[in-house]
Ligand binder design. Structure first.
Ligand SMILES: C[S@@+](CC[C@H](N)C(=O)[O-])C[C@H]1O[C@@H](n2cnc3c(N)ncnc32)[C@H](O)[C@@H]1O
Length: 376
Protein backbone atom coordinates (compact mmCIF):
# COMPACT_ATOMS: atom_id res chain seq x y z
CA UNK A 1 0.00 0.00 0.00
CA UNK A 2 2.98 2.33 0.38
CA UNK A 3 3.36 5.02 -2.31
CA UNK A 4 5.57 8.07 -2.32
CA UNK A 5 3.90 10.92 -4.24
CA UNK A 6 2.28 13.88 -2.43
CA UNK A 7 -0.07 16.65 -3.59
CA UNK A 8 1.54 20.08 -3.98
CA UNK A 9 0.48 22.58 -1.31
CA UNK A 10 -0.60 26.16 -2.08
CA UNK A 11 1.99 28.89 -1.73
CA UNK A 12 1.53 31.88 0.60
CA UNK A 13 3.50 35.12 0.84
CA UNK A 14 6.37 34.50 3.22
CA UNK A 15 5.35 37.22 5.69
CA UNK A 16 1.89 35.65 6.17
CA UNK A 17 3.60 32.50 7.44
CA UNK A 18 5.82 34.16 10.04
CA UNK A 19 3.48 33.82 13.01
CA UNK A 20 3.66 30.06 12.57
CA UNK A 21 7.34 30.33 13.54
CA UNK A 22 6.69 32.32 16.74
CA UNK A 23 8.54 29.63 18.71
CA UNK A 24 10.14 26.39 17.58
CA UNK A 25 8.89 23.16 19.05
CA UNK A 26 11.00 20.08 19.27
CA UNK A 27 8.94 17.83 17.02
CA UNK A 28 6.91 20.18 14.87
CA UNK A 29 5.81 19.03 11.42
CA UNK A 30 6.13 21.37 8.41
CA UNK A 31 3.14 23.57 7.53
CA UNK A 32 2.99 21.83 4.15
CA UNK A 33 1.57 18.66 5.68
CA UNK A 34 -1.71 20.13 7.05
CA UNK A 35 -1.94 22.52 4.07
CA UNK A 36 -1.84 19.57 1.68
CA UNK A 37 -4.60 17.86 3.67
CA UNK A 38 -6.75 21.01 3.50
CA UNK A 39 -6.27 21.15 -0.28
CA UNK A 40 -7.19 17.47 -0.61
CA UNK A 41 -10.32 17.99 1.50
CA UNK A 42 -11.78 21.35 0.36
CA UNK A 43 -15.21 20.67 1.87
CA UNK A 44 -13.73 20.76 5.41
CA UNK A 45 -15.42 23.23 7.78
CA UNK A 46 -13.78 22.63 11.18
CA UNK A 47 -10.35 21.16 11.89
CA UNK A 48 -9.04 19.19 14.89
CA UNK A 49 -5.55 18.25 16.07
CA UNK A 50 -5.63 16.09 19.25
CA UNK A 51 -1.79 16.24 19.60
CA UNK A 52 -1.38 19.81 18.40
CA UNK A 53 2.18 20.63 19.56
CA UNK A 54 3.03 24.17 18.46
CA UNK A 55 -0.26 24.37 16.51
CA UNK A 56 0.93 23.91 12.93
CA UNK A 57 -2.42 22.38 11.95
CA UNK A 58 -4.26 25.26 13.60
CA UNK A 59 -2.24 27.78 11.62
CA UNK A 60 -2.86 25.93 8.36
CA UNK A 61 -6.60 26.04 9.14
CA UNK A 62 -6.34 29.80 9.79
CA UNK A 63 -4.65 30.27 6.41
CA UNK A 64 -7.43 28.26 4.79
CA UNK A 65 -10.08 30.38 6.56
CA UNK A 66 -11.31 27.66 8.96
CA UNK A 67 -11.74 27.43 12.74
CA UNK A 68 -9.65 24.80 14.51
CA UNK A 69 -9.32 23.07 17.87
CA UNK A 70 -6.04 21.77 19.27
CA UNK A 71 -5.23 19.68 22.34
CA UNK A 72 -1.82 19.13 23.96
CA UNK A 73 -0.70 18.00 27.37
CA UNK A 74 2.52 20.01 27.31
CA UNK A 75 1.99 23.58 28.62
CA UNK A 76 4.73 24.88 26.29
CA UNK A 77 2.98 23.42 23.25
CA UNK A 78 -0.43 24.73 24.33
CA UNK A 79 0.95 28.25 24.93
CA UNK A 80 2.58 28.39 21.49
CA UNK A 81 -0.44 26.85 19.75
CA UNK A 82 -2.78 29.36 21.37
CA UNK A 83 -0.97 32.21 19.62
CA UNK A 84 -1.79 30.64 16.23
CA UNK A 85 -5.47 31.44 16.77
CA UNK A 86 -5.11 34.99 18.07
CA UNK A 87 -5.62 38.28 16.26
CA UNK A 88 -3.78 41.20 17.90
CA UNK A 89 -1.68 44.10 16.68
CA UNK A 90 2.05 44.30 17.38
CA UNK A 91 1.38 47.66 19.07
CA UNK A 92 -0.92 46.03 21.63
CA UNK A 93 1.74 43.41 22.45
CA UNK A 94 4.48 46.03 22.85
CA UNK A 95 2.21 48.28 24.93
CA UNK A 96 1.46 45.44 27.35
CA UNK A 97 5.14 44.53 27.69
CA UNK A 98 6.07 48.16 28.34
CA UNK A 99 3.29 48.55 30.92
CA UNK A 100 4.48 45.48 32.82
CA UNK A 101 8.12 46.52 32.78
CA UNK A 102 7.38 50.12 33.77
CA UNK A 103 5.33 49.08 36.77
CA UNK A 104 8.47 47.88 38.55
CA UNK A 105 10.23 44.57 39.26
CA UNK A 106 8.16 41.55 40.28
CA UNK A 107 8.92 37.96 41.25
CA UNK A 108 11.89 36.12 42.71
CA UNK A 109 15.04 35.94 40.61
CA UNK A 110 16.42 32.38 40.50
CA UNK A 111 19.96 32.31 41.83
CA UNK A 112 21.88 29.20 40.78
CA UNK A 113 25.00 29.38 38.62
CA UNK A 114 23.01 28.53 35.52
CA UNK A 115 20.87 31.66 35.79
CA UNK A 116 23.89 33.90 36.44
CA UNK A 117 25.51 32.65 33.25
CA UNK A 118 22.41 32.39 31.09
CA UNK A 119 21.11 35.98 31.45
CA UNK A 120 22.69 39.34 32.28
CA UNK A 121 21.21 40.44 35.68
CA UNK A 122 19.05 43.31 34.36
CA UNK A 123 17.72 41.16 31.49
CA UNK A 124 16.94 38.37 33.98
CA UNK A 125 15.01 40.75 36.24
CA UNK A 126 12.95 41.91 33.23
CA UNK A 127 12.26 38.31 32.28
CA UNK A 128 11.21 37.41 35.83
CA UNK A 129 8.91 40.47 35.97
CA UNK A 130 7.26 39.58 32.65
CA UNK A 131 6.88 35.95 33.76
CA UNK A 132 5.28 36.90 37.06
CA UNK A 133 2.85 39.41 35.51
CA UNK A 134 1.82 37.06 32.67
CA UNK A 135 1.08 34.18 35.04
CA UNK A 136 -2.02 36.09 36.12
CA UNK A 137 -3.18 37.26 32.67
CA UNK A 138 -5.55 35.51 30.28
CA UNK A 139 -6.27 38.11 27.56
CA UNK A 140 -5.41 37.39 23.89
CA UNK A 141 -2.72 40.11 24.00
CA UNK A 142 -1.14 38.48 27.07
CA UNK A 143 -1.27 35.07 25.34
CA UNK A 144 0.51 36.51 22.30
CA UNK A 145 3.15 38.26 24.44
CA UNK A 146 3.71 34.97 26.29
CA UNK A 147 4.26 33.10 23.00
CA UNK A 148 6.61 35.83 21.71
CA UNK A 149 8.63 35.57 24.93
CA UNK A 150 8.78 31.77 24.69
CA UNK A 151 10.25 32.26 21.24
CA UNK A 152 12.98 34.70 22.34
CA UNK A 153 13.84 33.07 25.67
CA UNK A 154 16.87 31.21 24.37
CA UNK A 155 18.79 30.92 21.14
CA UNK A 156 22.09 31.74 19.47
CA UNK A 157 23.86 35.06 20.02
CA UNK A 158 24.21 36.98 16.78
CA UNK A 159 26.61 39.68 15.74
CA UNK A 160 23.97 42.28 14.82
CA UNK A 161 20.76 43.12 16.68
CA UNK A 162 20.03 40.38 19.24
CA UNK A 163 17.11 38.03 18.56
CA UNK A 164 17.21 36.10 21.87
CA UNK A 165 17.57 37.10 25.51
CA UNK A 166 19.93 34.33 26.65
CA UNK A 167 23.61 33.63 26.43
CA UNK A 168 24.51 31.24 23.55
CA UNK A 169 22.01 28.32 23.45
CA UNK A 170 20.13 26.25 20.88
CA UNK A 171 16.72 27.72 20.10
CA UNK A 172 14.86 24.45 19.60
CA UNK A 173 15.54 22.92 23.02
CA UNK A 174 17.09 24.19 26.27
CA UNK A 175 20.48 22.78 27.21
CA UNK A 176 20.71 21.12 30.61
CA UNK A 177 22.16 23.51 33.24
CA UNK A 178 25.42 21.66 34.01
CA UNK A 179 26.27 21.27 30.33
CA UNK A 180 25.41 24.89 29.52
CA UNK A 181 27.47 26.35 32.39
CA UNK A 182 30.47 24.24 31.39
CA UNK A 183 30.09 25.41 27.77
CA UNK A 184 29.94 29.13 28.71
CA UNK A 185 32.76 28.92 31.26
CA UNK A 186 35.09 27.10 28.91
CA UNK A 187 34.69 29.89 26.33
CA UNK A 188 34.54 32.66 28.95
CA UNK A 189 31.22 33.67 27.41
CA UNK A 190 29.65 36.17 29.82
CA UNK A 191 25.98 37.04 29.22
CA UNK A 192 25.46 40.49 27.70
CA UNK A 193 22.74 43.05 28.47
CA UNK A 194 19.82 42.58 26.08
CA UNK A 195 16.84 44.90 26.69
CA UNK A 196 13.77 42.64 26.59
CA UNK A 197 11.45 45.32 25.21
CA UNK A 198 13.63 45.90 22.11
CA UNK A 199 13.63 42.21 21.20
CA UNK A 200 9.89 41.86 21.93
CA UNK A 201 9.10 44.83 19.69
CA UNK A 202 11.21 43.65 16.76
CA UNK A 203 9.82 40.14 17.01
CA UNK A 204 6.17 41.18 17.45
CA UNK A 205 6.29 43.44 14.38
CA UNK A 206 7.91 40.76 12.27
CA UNK A 207 5.40 38.10 13.31
CA UNK A 208 2.19 40.09 13.33
CA UNK A 209 2.43 42.80 10.67
CA UNK A 210 1.13 40.50 7.92
CA UNK A 211 -0.61 37.76 9.94
CA UNK A 212 -3.77 36.46 8.21
CA UNK A 213 -7.20 36.98 9.74
CA UNK A 214 -7.87 34.67 12.70
CA UNK A 215 -10.81 32.30 12.12
CA UNK A 216 -11.64 31.15 15.64
CA UNK A 217 -11.16 27.95 17.54
CA UNK A 218 -9.53 27.00 20.80
CA UNK A 219 -6.54 25.25 22.35
CA UNK A 220 -7.04 22.92 25.30
CA UNK A 221 -4.21 22.11 27.68
CA UNK A 222 -4.81 18.51 28.72
CA UNK A 223 -4.88 14.83 27.83
CA UNK A 224 -6.37 14.27 24.37
CA UNK A 225 -8.59 11.37 25.37
CA UNK A 226 -10.10 13.15 28.36
CA UNK A 227 -10.50 16.43 26.50
CA UNK A 228 -12.08 14.83 23.43
CA UNK A 229 -14.62 13.10 25.65
CA UNK A 230 -15.68 16.51 27.00
CA UNK A 231 -15.96 18.29 23.62
CA UNK A 232 -19.29 19.00 21.94
CA UNK A 233 -18.30 20.25 18.46
CA UNK A 234 -18.08 18.08 15.34
CA UNK A 235 -15.09 18.05 13.01
CA UNK A 236 -14.67 16.94 9.42
CA UNK A 237 -10.89 17.12 9.13
CA UNK A 238 -8.32 15.87 11.63
CA UNK A 239 -4.61 16.41 10.94
CA UNK A 240 -2.27 15.25 13.64
CA UNK A 241 1.00 13.69 14.68
CA UNK A 242 1.18 11.71 17.92
CA UNK A 243 4.52 11.45 19.72
CA UNK A 244 6.86 9.21 17.78
CA UNK A 245 7.42 5.85 19.36
CA UNK A 246 10.45 5.96 21.64
CA UNK A 247 10.36 9.75 22.07
CA UNK A 248 10.14 10.70 25.75
CA UNK A 249 11.90 14.01 26.23
CA UNK A 250 9.18 16.55 25.30
CA UNK A 251 9.11 18.09 28.77
CA UNK A 252 12.75 17.95 29.92
CA UNK A 253 13.97 19.42 26.62
CA UNK A 254 11.68 22.43 27.05
CA UNK A 255 12.48 23.03 30.71
CA UNK A 256 13.41 26.72 30.39
CA UNK A 257 10.19 27.54 28.53
CA UNK A 258 8.29 25.50 31.10
CA UNK A 259 9.86 27.62 33.85
CA UNK A 260 8.65 30.75 32.08
CA UNK A 261 5.10 29.38 32.20
CA UNK A 262 5.28 28.94 35.98
CA UNK A 263 7.29 25.70 36.27
CA UNK A 264 10.31 25.08 38.53
CA UNK A 265 13.67 26.79 37.88
CA UNK A 266 15.26 23.39 37.18
CA UNK A 267 14.81 20.45 34.78
CA UNK A 268 11.57 18.56 35.58
CA UNK A 269 12.21 14.90 34.73
CA UNK A 270 9.21 12.56 34.42
CA UNK A 271 6.55 11.66 31.88
CA UNK A 272 3.91 14.34 32.71
CA UNK A 273 0.95 12.47 31.19
CA UNK A 274 2.72 11.98 27.83
CA UNK A 275 1.14 9.19 25.80
CA UNK A 276 4.68 7.87 25.13
CA UNK A 277 4.98 6.92 28.82
CA UNK A 278 3.38 3.54 27.95
CA UNK A 279 5.60 0.64 29.07
CA UNK A 280 5.59 -1.23 25.73
CA UNK A 281 4.47 -1.17 22.12
CA UNK A 282 1.14 -2.93 22.73
CA UNK A 283 0.14 -0.42 25.41
CA UNK A 284 1.17 2.48 23.15
CA UNK A 285 -0.92 1.09 20.27
CA UNK A 286 -3.88 0.67 22.63
CA UNK A 287 -3.53 4.24 23.96
CA UNK A 288 -3.44 5.61 20.39
CA UNK A 289 -6.45 3.44 19.45
CA UNK A 290 -8.46 5.04 22.25
CA UNK A 291 -7.63 8.51 20.93
CA UNK A 292 -8.66 7.53 17.36
CA UNK A 293 -11.94 6.13 18.73
CA UNK A 294 -12.66 9.29 20.76
CA UNK A 295 -11.77 11.36 17.67
CA UNK A 296 -14.29 9.40 15.60
CA UNK A 297 -17.01 10.18 18.16
CA UNK A 298 -16.35 13.89 17.57
CA UNK A 299 -16.34 13.61 13.75
CA UNK A 300 -19.06 13.57 11.12
CA UNK A 301 -19.46 10.76 8.60
CA UNK A 302 -17.00 11.12 5.73
CA UNK A 303 -14.48 13.00 7.94
CA UNK A 304 -10.77 12.64 7.11
CA UNK A 305 -8.06 11.67 9.57
CA UNK A 306 -4.49 12.40 8.39
CA UNK A 307 -1.68 11.20 10.64
CA UNK A 308 2.07 11.67 10.41
CA UNK A 309 3.86 9.11 12.50
CA UNK A 310 7.31 7.70 13.00
CA UNK A 311 9.58 5.81 15.35
CA UNK A 312 13.03 6.60 16.62
CA UNK A 313 15.67 4.21 15.23
CA UNK A 314 16.45 3.12 18.79
CA UNK A 315 12.85 1.86 19.15
CA UNK A 316 13.55 -0.80 16.44
CA UNK A 317 10.00 -0.98 15.23
CA UNK A 318 7.90 -0.43 12.09
CA UNK A 319 5.80 2.74 12.49
CA UNK A 320 3.51 1.78 9.59
CA UNK A 321 2.52 -1.48 11.27
CA UNK A 322 2.08 0.26 14.62
CA UNK A 323 -0.13 2.99 13.20
CA UNK A 324 -2.26 0.55 11.18
CA UNK A 325 -2.68 -1.62 14.27
CA UNK A 326 -3.81 1.39 16.33
CA UNK A 327 -6.41 2.46 13.74
CA UNK A 328 -7.70 -1.12 13.44
CA UNK A 329 -7.80 -1.55 17.21
CA UNK A 330 -9.88 1.66 17.52
CA UNK A 331 -12.82 -0.23 15.88
CA UNK A 332 -14.30 3.19 15.26
CA UNK A 333 -15.20 3.27 11.55
CA UNK A 334 -11.89 4.69 10.23
CA UNK A 335 -11.08 3.14 6.86
CA UNK A 336 -7.47 3.57 5.72
CA UNK A 337 -7.34 5.15 2.24
CA UNK A 338 -3.65 5.81 1.79
CA UNK A 339 -0.26 5.32 3.37
CA UNK A 340 2.82 6.99 1.98
CA UNK A 341 6.38 7.80 2.90
CA UNK A 342 6.61 11.28 4.45
CA UNK A 343 9.66 12.12 2.39
CA UNK A 344 8.63 14.91 0.06
CA UNK A 345 9.22 18.16 2.04
CA UNK A 346 12.83 19.42 2.12
CA UNK A 347 14.82 17.34 4.58
CA UNK A 348 15.70 20.40 6.68
CA UNK A 349 12.04 21.09 7.40
CA UNK A 350 11.09 17.54 8.26
CA UNK A 351 10.00 16.51 11.68
CA UNK A 352 12.64 13.78 11.62
CA UNK A 353 15.35 16.40 11.30
CA UNK A 354 14.38 17.65 14.77
CA UNK A 355 15.67 14.43 16.25
CA UNK A 356 19.31 15.29 15.62
CA UNK A 357 20.37 14.09 19.04
CA UNK A 358 18.62 10.75 18.75
CA UNK A 359 19.79 9.73 15.26
CA UNK A 360 18.72 11.06 11.88
CA UNK A 361 17.11 8.17 10.00
CA UNK A 362 13.63 8.32 11.51
CA UNK A 363 11.17 6.32 9.46
CA UNK A 364 8.13 8.60 8.93
CA UNK A 365 4.84 7.84 7.25
CA UNK A 366 1.65 9.72 6.41
CA UNK A 367 -1.66 7.90 6.67
CA UNK A 368 -5.09 9.09 5.57
CA UNK A 369 -8.31 7.43 6.75
CA UNK A 370 -11.97 8.20 6.19
CA UNK A 371 -14.78 7.80 8.70
CA UNK A 372 -17.13 5.42 7.00
CA UNK A 373 -18.65 3.05 9.52
CA UNK A 374 -20.58 4.37 12.50
CA UNK A 375 -18.28 4.66 15.55
CA UNK A 376 -19.21 2.27 18.37
C1 LIG B 1 4.79 15.00 17.44
S1 LIG B 1 4.24 16.23 18.56
C2 LIG B 1 3.09 17.18 17.62
C3 LIG B 1 3.78 18.26 16.84
C4 LIG B 1 2.84 19.12 16.05
N1 LIG B 1 2.36 18.41 14.87
C5 LIG B 1 3.56 20.41 15.62
O1 LIG B 1 3.65 20.69 14.44
O2 LIG B 1 4.06 21.09 16.50
C6 LIG B 1 3.21 15.29 19.61
C7 LIG B 1 2.56 16.08 20.72
O3 LIG B 1 1.70 15.22 21.46
C8 LIG B 1 1.65 15.72 22.79
N2 LIG B 1 1.09 14.69 23.68
C9 LIG B 1 1.70 13.60 24.18
N3 LIG B 1 0.87 12.90 24.98
C10 LIG B 1 -0.32 13.57 24.97
C11 LIG B 1 -1.57 13.34 25.60
N4 LIG B 1 -1.75 12.29 26.41
N5 LIG B 1 -2.56 14.21 25.35
C12 LIG B 1 -2.36 15.30 24.55
N6 LIG B 1 -1.18 15.57 23.94
C13 LIG B 1 -0.18 14.70 24.15
C14 LIG B 1 3.11 16.09 23.08
O4 LIG B 1 3.19 17.00 24.16
C15 LIG B 1 3.54 16.68 21.75
O5 LIG B 1 3.41 18.08 21.75
Amino acid sequence: MTVTAAAPSPSWPEDALRLNAVCPYYTMFPLDFPLQQLVAHPQATRVLDPFCGRGTTLYAARLAGLPAVGIDINPVAAAIAQAKLIQVTPDAVVRLARQILESGPLGEVPESEFWQWCYEPETLQELVTLREALLEMTTPTAAMLRAVLLGILHGPRNKNLPSYLSNQMPRTYASKPAYAVKFWKKRDMQPVRIPALDVIERRARRLLDAAPLARGGRVYLGDSLETLNGLRQRFDLVVTSPPYYGMRTYVADQWLRLWFLGGPAEVPYGTHGQIARQPNQEAFIQALAEVWAATARRCSQGARLAIRFGALPSARTDPEQMLLASVKEAKAGWVVKDIRQAGTPPKRARQAAQFGKAGSAVDEIDMVAELIGLPH
